[in-house]
Design a protein around this ligand. Structure first.
Ligand code: PEP
Ligand code: MN
Length: 344
């Protein structure tokens, strides 16, 4: 048994009293921390089901009453917040289409001023980490400290396997800014397809996320929104019991000794890398001075092609991924060119 993770599940949208209560009944007993259901649905195009609105609040209250589950929904403006506070909703989240808009975030933060309710922030639709961080900061500046962060992936132009690209490194960057906040993954909106939810959930656990928000519907095929990505309660139960939860640390002395040793080795290698980069940059500056005094242009495409071919050949021969080598050496080249540009 691993550490306890935070579990949030429920339908994308509340559709009817019966659908909500049936789903909650099937989910009760699975150890949920919060039952979710969207009431006001931010649909990208008009003409789709846009949610049942405020009348769903009493159905959610019934779920809490009947099944002892805490309840949560999405808020996208001050009016939603006021309705939720009146109904004493336990958790509210700001969706991806709200986090992109600082005006809306500010309005919501004002309406929530000083609340101790659990307020969750999804990443913005696009991969703009500053907007995500800014939303959390705005909430904090309004005296809100019980905050959770939700990673639901980023929209990309062009086809990808998942509906929203995970770009885990961006999420990890935000997490490192707010290590005290609960950080969870929403594999439903990330995948867009329930078949991929288990692999994404496991990946989130392997990366040390604190929990999951998963869309679950008593009859996903008939769902009025996001029908492809919602799971049945049975599938959700199988998902949760199959998760391998990693600990944040271990007490095991052998493990800790081995890790300490290896980390020292990593620190030494990092120092060598910095030393090599700095030596390379010095040589590059010297080349820059020669180019400048002989009036030769900085960028020499044929030379760069030669360099990249050599490092790819050597690097892939050492088992390093080609993509990784390209990223690293393109960054080195860019920095070199920019240094040479400073010489005139
Ligand atoms: C949702 O959780 O139902 C939702 C609309 O999500 P997102 O804001 O991530 O698109
Ligand atoms: Mn949804």
């Amino acid at each position: 048994m691993g550490r306890k993770i935070q579990l949030i599940a429920g339908p994308c949208s509340a559709e009817s009293r019966k659908q909500l209560l049936d789903t909650a009944s099937m989910l009760s007993g699975l150890g949920l921390d919060y039952f979710r259901a969207g009431l006001w649905k931010p649909r990208t195009r008009p003409g789709c089901f846009e949610g049942v609105g405020s009348r769903g609040l009493k159905w959610l209250a019934e779920v809490r009453e009947k099944y002892g589950l805490k309840i949560g929904t999405e808020v996208a403006g001050a009016l939603h917040v006021e309705e939720c506070l009146k109904a004493d909703v336990d958790m509210m989240w700001l969706g991806a289409r709200t986090t992109v808009n600082p005006f809306m975030v500010e309005e919501i933060a004002c309406a929530l001023q000083g609340t101790d309710k659990y307020i969750m922030v999804k990443n913005p639709v696009n991969q703009d980490v500053s907007l995500w961080i800014g939303t959390i900061e705005r909430l904090m500046s309004h005296g809100i400290s019980n905050i959770g962060i939700i990673h639901r992936g980023f929209s990309t132009f062009g086809g990808t396997l998942y509906r929203n690209a995970p770009q885990w490194h961006a999420a990890i960057e935000v997490r490192s800014r707010f290590p005290e906040l609960t950080f969870i993954c929403d594999p439903s909106h990330m995948s867009g397809d329930r078949r991929f939810i288990p692999e994404l959930s496991q990946k989130a656990m392997d990366l040390g996320f604190d929990g999951l928000m998963v869309e679950v519907h008593e009859n996903p095929e008939a769902a009025l929104s996001d029908n492809l990505q919602q799971m049945t309660p049975d599938e959700f139960s199988t998902l949760v019991s199959g998760l391998k939860i990693r600990e944040n640390s271990s007490e095991d002395v052998k493990y800790n000794n081995a890790l300490e040793h290896l980390r020292e080795e990593i620190d030494e290698i990092d120092a060598e890398i910095i030393g090599a980069l700095s030596r390379r940059m010095k040589v590059s500056r010297e080349i820059g001075r020669y180019k400048s005094s002989s009036n030769v242009s900085i960028i020499q495409p044929s030379r760069w092609e030669e360099v990249i071919a050599k490092v790819l050949d050597k690097g892939t021969g050492e088992g390093l991924p080609r993509e990784f080598l390209l990223r690293i050496f393109n960054a080195i080249h860019e920095a070199s060119v920019s240094e040479q540009n400073k010489i005139n």
